[in-house]
Design a protein. Structure first.
Lengths: 496, 392, 164
């Protein structure tokens, strides 16, 4: 096997003391970046990119990609502990991660999240190692209609399951779509729904909405119940890690499904955030504990984390083989490659063997290092919950404000975050569901673009969504997903 | 750029003045010198410093140091690295990018940041801030509102001209202070290498025969790619379906995957696919052929005919330039002009220019302002004609 | 939810009505603006305002239903008790003040003030502890963002005194 040999060569590159040191440094920086909302993997890599110009490209990419792994791991931490997603792809982790923490299972949730992230990454790396050329070809088949079909699938796999009142779900969902539509229409270049108000030109950033709705909203809710976190009674010993690990193998089906979803979404490239939602949605649909989702079900933590990390990792594949970034972070890394004098593309695997295989080997090592680092911090992070609320609440608030500000360096966004905080508080108390809102906010823009690009290409003919076997299959699966809950309800009704 | 020894001689004493005041003077100098020798940075010296600063005291110190340090150590360029200016940044310089992370402007800004850091061209640090909302309107408005703030510079692309027209957001280049043109980005007409078209004529003939069903992919809407498409449509009397995408890399890959028939990607966006044998360049939208003679795939950049040679009389180049906020002083502008000159003299910059097949024209001052004014008028006219003006 | 014995500050019905009415108004606004920029189906697919228009329409319909439902609700159920709203305000208004002051003092100074104030007021910690946590947090954030990651945040007069 050529790949094995090349990989071993890669390990010898990656295992040099300098590169190992850079690996741990990268992971640590990445975890910090992941924990801070607003400061994402893409920012982190972009910020540190100029520092790497004097390094050799292989060491540089090892460090930068490790920042990225660290950020992927770290995003889950604040989601679980404080209901604040540190990264967009950890929003779905809050749905069950935070309830788990409130039930006193913060350590279990963190362990499950990290281990699942690792598993997702591992599957993706194995695919990169052995199937890169094949997979690159598959990614090329994705044009606008296929992208739209995938986004439709993500959406359909998620909707139709909420327990909240139907009309409130609809209102919340369309509120999310409306927010996504504000700003520039990418297809015609027109501004819409800005009413001549300058701060609205840049549109509503997903992260600001999420920090407000989840983070600030949750602080207000917690205040209402008195000055305390419910999760502070958590039992935290290193043994929890082992106990949680013993539980995880029985969810092997969920793992495989989520990893498949994640790799698919990373390669095509759909992105880690939609992947995490799709992973969560599918897990919920197939799980025997369906009703426990949203109340602290461990499966609801591991499914989105596996999918997100698999997607985040496999997003590097189209970047290396095709030069298209599968995620914003990959886009910045791509810029780095060009600056270092490497051209990503079909020839990279042929011409820059040391670099490519060094990077792939560092993916294995970096993720192992990452898992060790974050697992070691589990008891420490979980212990944060023991800090008195009157200290932690203002600190979280300041960090949220910092996060909202960093997204666009705009004061307006901080006000916006406060506004979303109030909306989050009211919505939660009135049972307007948050998940469809944020999903619509993530997907709305992308889906509309893909839909309209498709129709431009087909001169307005809707049959474009069934024009070839690939897109027809995805569209059909999406529609089946959409009507399935209704069919099930119908079947349930006839049985009675 | 040529090496101006007269300017350098005049500059010497003042520079020592600054260097001497540092405690770690000699170590600093050795370090800088070593870096510079390694990089063979021989032409970084820009503007002369103000002669006012030359006093007897500093000259006296100068002679002492000259004895102390070996001649090799005191290389002219080392001095340039810490030249004294009438004005210098006193805090972190923000480099605003009116586009998202990973795009052409972002890459260039981050390269500049990297070069500035690596060669110690700035005493304070430089940070890159992306403000790409509303096709760059966010970043330009920020500059417009930062009147007199000399610690903010912005890199521009064509959206400086197109966004105000396309969106009606009120700003123009006149709301900012022109600093310098760094380079011009070329545009090339690309098709899939498996398509039968070998020349621009053949392709245009096919577009004509296709009756307006062939798709041209590009970055954004009502921006440079769509303007070029409109120019082709006008010059050749054809019609395309223009499909807008988010970024240039994505457009190139869509062409490889045959979801579109052609693109007008910048060289750097498509070069990897070309090298991989997936794309074919047909013609370049410049008045003259590209300079880079090195073979990329089956041919070199310089072998690509201009579009004019191929019967499409279209010239379009995209500005990669730097602006400051309005209301800054000439001294402050001079500092950044000089900084950009130094950046352009580094080997890293040269390599980047070469890889991206950039047009390396440099302009500053009145010449630059005149160029920008001309382009602004041209874009307005083009967009008016193509119907890309914002709805009222 | 609160016990019926506690005095209620606002009934759930009131909040339901306010929320659905706000969403309804927003929906109308969206529909109006979308019509302005063209909400039809052009020769090459939907125009700029097409999707927003229907998003607005559906949002409006759903909100209208919610409004009617809310109208019919009983007035007894409490949304928030007086005690609860007092606690929430204890967090919310200092937070608002923090954001307001941030515009002049920058994020670090106002952040430190918020932390110190809240710790002292709600947690009854000693002045020394309040100061230590507040200043410490701001310093850590400052080191991380301004120095380490080189992300410029909002700064005020104090920072410019030190040359930032």
């Amino acid at each position: 096997m050529d790949e094995i040999q090349a990989l071993m060569q890669g390990f010898s590159v990656a295992l040099s003391p300098t590169n190992l040191g850079l690996m741990f440094l990268g992971i640590l920086l990445g975890v910090i970046i992941g924990v801070l909302p607003g400061l994402g993997g893409a920012n982190g890599v972009a910020i540190l990119l100029p520092l790497t110009f004097s390094m050799n490209p292989t060491s540089a990419i090892i460090m930068l990609s490790c920042i990225y792994w660290g950020a992927l791991f770290g995003g889950a931490i604040t989601s679980i502990l404080f209901n604040i997603p540190g990264e967009p792809w950890s929003v779905a982790t809050t749905f069950d991660g935070y309830p788990m923490a409130q039930n006193g299972q913060a350590a279990q949730a963190l362990t499950a999240a990290f281990s699942s992230s690792f598993f997702g990454a591992l599957v993706a790396i194995i695919i990169i190692t052995f199937l890169a050329p094949l997979v690159a070809k598959f990614a090329l088949q994705f044009g606008p209609p296929e992208f739209f079909a995938v986004q439709l699938l993500t959406f359909c796999s998620f909707v139709g399951m909420s327990k909240e009142p139907a009309f409130k779900t609809l209102a919340a969902m369309f509120f999310g779509f409306a927010l996504a539509a504000i700003g520039m229409d990418n297809v015609t270049g027109q501004l819409r729904l800005t009413f001549g108000f300058e701060p609205l030109i840049k549109g509503f950033d997903f992260l600001i909405a999420v920090i407000g709705l989840f983070g600030i909203g949750e602080i207000l809710l917690t205040m209402e119940e008195g000055l305390a976190f419910r999760g502070k009674t958590a039992k935290i010993t290193p043994a929890v890690v082992w106990e949680t690990w013993k539980m995880l193998p029985k969810y092997w089906k969920t793992y495989l499904r989520s990893a498949a979803v994640g790799c698919w979404m990373g390669i095509t490239p759909g992105g880690a955030t939609p992947a995490s939602f799709m992973g969560y949605g599918i897990a919920k649909r197939f799980s025997p504990n369906k009703d426990n989702f949203g109340k602290g079900e461990i499966e609801g933590v591991l499914a989105p984390e596996t999918a997100a990390h698999a997607a985040g990792t496999s997003a590097l594949l189209p970047m290396l083989t095709l030069g298209i970034p599968g995620s914003p972070t990959a886009a910045v890394l791509l810029g780095g490659l060009l600056v270092w004098g490497l051209q990503p593309g079909p020839l990279l695997f042929v011409e820059q063997k040391d670099f490519v295989w060094g990077l792939i080997a560092s993916m294995y090592l970096g993720n192992i290092a990452g898992l060790v680092v974050v697992l070691a911090t589990v008891p420490w992070f979980a212990a944060i919950l023991r800090i008195p609320f009157s200290i932690i609440a203002p600190v979280i608030l300041v960090i949220c404000a910092v996060g909202a500000y960093t997204v666009h360096s705009s004061m307006f966004d901080v006000w916006l975050m406060m506004g979303f905080g109030v909306i989050g508080y009211v919505f939660k108390k009135l049972q307007y569901p948050m998940a469809p809102l944020v999903l619509a906010l993530v997907l709305g823009d992308m889906a509309e673009n893909a839909f309209r690009q498709s129709l431009l290409s087909s001169s307005g003919n809707l049959s474009v969504f069934f024009s070839n076997p690939l897109v027809a299959t995805i569209t059909t699966v999406a529609l089946v997903m959409l009507v399935w809950p209704m069919l099930q309800a119908l079947r349930g009704a006839t049985k009675k | 750029m040529t090496y101006d020894s007269a300017a350098h001689n005049r500059a010497k004493p003042g520079m020592y003045d600054i260097g001497f005041s540092r405690a770690v003077f000699s170590r600093e100098l050795i370090r800088i010198n070593r870096t510079i020798r390694a990089q063979n940075l021989q032409s970084g010296c820009g503007q002369p410093t103000t002669p006012k600063k030359v006093t007897n005291v500093t000259q006296l110190r100068f002679s002492k140091i000259k004895v102390a340090l070996s001649a090799a150590l005191v290389s002219a360029t080392a001095l340039c690295a810490s030249a004294a200016f009438a004005w210098e940044p006193t805090k972190t310089v923000e480099f605003v990018v009116p586009a998202g992370t990973g795009g052409g402007a972002d890459q260039m800004a981050r390269l500049v940041q990297g070069i500035v850091t690596k060669h110690n061209l700035l005493k304070s640090s430089m940070v890159v801030v992306n403000k790409g909302g509303g096709a760059g309107a966010e970043g330009f408005l920020e500059m417009k509102n930062a009147k007199g703030d000399a610690h903010k510079i912005v890199i521009t692309l064509s959206n400086l001209f197109t966004t105000p027209v396309a969106t009606g957001v009120p700003f123009s280049w006149k709301d900012m202070t022109p600093v310098a043109m760094l380079a011009l980005d070329e545009f090339v007409l690309w098709v899939n290498s498996e398509s039968p078209y070998k020349t621009a004529q053949e392709y245009i003939a096919a577009v004509k025969a296709g009756g307006g069903k062939l798709r041209m992919g590009g970055t954004g809407s009502r921006q440079e790619d769509q303007i070029i498409t409109a120019l082709i449509e006008k010059a050749a009397g054809v019609k395309f379906i223009y499909v807008p995408y988010k970024g240039g890399g994505e457009v190139a890959v869509q062409l490889v995957g045959k979801h579109i028939e052609s693109t007008v990607n910048n060289p750097i966006e498509a070069v990897a696919q070309w090298r991989g044998g997936k794309l074919r360049p047909l013609c370049v939208f410049d008045g003259k052929r590209l300079a880079q003679k090195e073979k990329i795939a089956d041919m070199s950049w310089s072998e690509i005919p201009t579009c004019k040679e191929s019967g499409l009389d279209i010239e379009y180049l995209m500005l990669r330039g730097v602006f400051m906020a309005p209301g800054v002083t000439p001294d402050q502008v001079a500092f950044y002009v000089d900084l950009m000159k130094k950046v352009r003299a580094t080997p890293e910059w040269a390599k980047f220019m070469d890889e991206g097949a950039f047009n390396t024209t440099f302009m500053s001052g009145a010449e630059y302002a005149a160029w920008v004014a001309k382009e602004d008028t041209r874009h307005r006219a083009l967009m008016q004609e193509a119907g890309f003006v914002a709805a009222k | 939810m609160s016990e019926p014995a506690e005095p209620s500050a606002a009934s759930t019905r009131t909040l339901e009505i306010i929320t659905s009415a706000c969403l309804l108004l927003l929906a109308l606004l969206i529909m109006w603006d979308s019509r302005r920029i063209g909400a039809g189906w052009g020769p090459s697919g939907p125009e700029s305002g097409y999707f927003p228009f229907y998003i607005g329409t559906l949002m409006g319909l759903a909100s209208a239903v919610n409004l009617v439902k809310a109208w019919r609700m009983s007035r007894d159920k409490s949304f928030v008790s007086v005690e609860e709203i007092r606690l929430v305000s204890a967090m919310f208004f200092p937070a608002l003040a923090f954001v307001f002051v941030m515009q002049w003092l920058g994020i670090y100074v106002s952040g430190a003030l918020l932390i110190a104030f809240f710790m002292r007021w709600q947690g009854k910690f000693s002045y020394a502890k309040c100061a230590a946590v507040a200043v410490g947090t701001s310093l850590v954030l400052f080191a991380m963002f301004e120095i380490w990651f080189k992300v410029p945040l909002l700064k005020g007069p104090l920072e410019s005194l030190f040359g930032y």
